[in-house]
Design a protein around this ligand. Structure first.
Ligand code: BGC
Length: 474
């Protein structure tokens, strides 16, 4: 392993006695609700589109706009989210995200025409984008270091849970094409997020940065009544003393922090270009091509093989991320993702040949595709899903954290937007097999990137992680 893979000897000591107190449970609720909004929104549209098309007789272009502009809204929301989280604090940024999201979902549900529906989609996206930056940031700053990986992975668990619930709601309401209910129902967790964000503690790290040590100490005592806040606050103060206040955009993109920025943006981009959302969005169509003939068989297989497995395997990450570390999970996951995509590509070659020669063989190839996609989703869910968000939120020093996390998150949404736009055209241009092999190639590039560039952050405090970038060769 290279130098950046080694965890410090002191790391184990920080693991002792770090328990989840009642206020940390409230912090966890903020994270879970924010993730659920993100996931529900990713998952729900596939089932709602049919009814929307019938109500507004949308052109093909408008179908694409209704589907994807939420991602555009999220891209801008993510950039704004960093500013809000730095200026107003992490807690208030989450609160704003909840209000914006709830308003957007109600606008969508009540939209009298396409223009207002698209406006609602953009507003929902903006709320999701702000939450996607502010909530993991909040989790990273509030969680005890020995549980930090689990806290941020809980966010991913909620994203996966949100997608799964959306698939179930879609299945339940699709008989009546009740798209207004499908979209509007997400106002309920939105309102719950607002309620929880009103009472949740503020981030002591952000308060310290604002020069409010007494308030920071009060929040620390609230979160960890069993611990004297002074040593922790002294460490934060010492690190803050070396910084020149909040960084400019020039510093965020400057030479000094190029390495962590490359790691954050690289992971964000690899998370998307290895194909997860092509499968989340277009699972039905992939399964149709793989021989699942009826709409109901496609919906069932998508709900359980994609949605259910995604939730289940995220639990593996939660169990192991703080024990095995980030790198091992990423490397194992990318290997499994790459191999399973290679198998999907091969199964499609076989299907094309088999359909002509022996139609019965198609079902074998369909079963292989299904099994390989289950492996892919499982490998993503214990690695690139949760671990990417964890590392992005750990690696930056406090004074650039808000802006840098926002940049990485915006790259993530931009890549998601590009993949969802080009996936179907790519299949048209180079065929199913080469499309999946391309994703497999990106998995191998991602593996090399993680191996050479991503440091192990397990068990280190955020302040210790910052020191990594000061050592040569990291
Ligand atoms: C990704 C999403 C994806 C989801 C699937 C998240 O980590 O950022 O784009 O849809 O995982 O569970």
């Amino acid at each position: 392993m290279n130098a950046i893979g080694k965890a410090p000897a002191a790391a184990a000591a920080t693991a002792a006695g770090q328990t989840v107190t009642p206020w940390l449970t409230v912090v966890l609720a903020v994270i879970l609700l924010s993730g659920a909004l993100f996931g529900y929104d990713q998952g729900v549209i596939s089932g709602a589109l049919h009814g929307i098309k019938a109500t507004f007789s949308l052109s093909a272009l408008l179908v694409e706009v209704v589907t994807s502009w939420v991602t555009l809204g999220a891209l801008f929301g993510a950039l704004a989210g960093g500013e809000l989280a730095d200026r107003l604090g992490r807690k208030r940024a989450v609160l704003i995200a909840g209000v914006v999201f709830t308003a957007g979902s109600l606008i969508e549900a009540l939209a009298p025409d396409t223009l207002i529906l698209v406006g609602g989609r953009l507003i929902v996206g903006a709320g999701v984008g702000v939450a996607a930056v502010a909530a993991p940031l909040y989790a990273a700053e509030l969680a005890p270091s020995a549980l930090r990986g689990r806290f941020i992975s809980a966010y991913q668990l909620a994203v996966a849970g949100g997608i799964f619930i959306a698939y179930l709601v879609d299945g339940w309401l699709s008989k009546d094409d009740a798209w207004r209910w499908m979209l509007g129902l997400s106002a309920a967790p939105g309102l719950m997020l607002v309620a929880v964000a009103l009472v949740t503690p503020q981030s002591p790290r952000w308060l310290m940065r604002m020069g409010r040590r007494t308030d920071a100490a009060a929040q620390m005592r609230k979160i960890r009544p069993d611990t004297d806040p002074s040593p922790g606050l002294d460490t934060i103060a010492a690190v803050l003393g070396q910084e020149k206040g909040r960084a400019s955009w020039g510093e965020v993109f400057g030479k000094k922090w190029r390495r962590p920025l490359l790691v954050g943006v690289g992971l964000a981009v690899f998370q998307q270009i290895t194909g997860i959302n092509a499968i989340i969005y277009y699972a039905d169509q992939i399964f149709a091509a793989a021989g699942f003939a009826t709409q109901s068989s496609q919906t069932t297989v998508t709900t359980w093989a994609v949605g259910g497995v995604n939730v289940g395997a995220t639990l593996i990450a939660i169990a192991f991320i703080d024990r095995l570390g980030r790198r091992k999970l990423l490397l194992a996951g990318l290997l499994g993702m790459g191999l399973s995509l290679a198998v999907v590509g091969a199964a499609f070659v076989f299907m094309t040949t088999a359909t002509v020669a022996h139609p019965a063989a198609t079902s074998t190839a369909g079963t292989v595709t299904l099994a390989a996609l289950v492996v892919f989703i499982a490998c993503f869910a214990f690695s690139m899903g949760p671990v990417v968000w964890t590392v992005i939120n750990e690696i930056f020093p406090g004074h650039i954290r808000g802006r840098a996390v926002a940049v990485a998150t915006a790259f993530n949404w931009a890549s998601a937007f590009v993949v969802s736009q080009v996936f179907l055209s790519l299949i048209g241009a180079i065929g199913n097999s080469f499309t999946f092999w391309l994703f497999a190639l990106f998995c191998s590039l991602g593996w090399a990137f993680v191996f050479y560039r991503v440091p192990e952050t397990k068990g280190r405090s955020l302040e210790q992680i910052q020191q990594i970038w000061k050592t040569k060769g990291a």
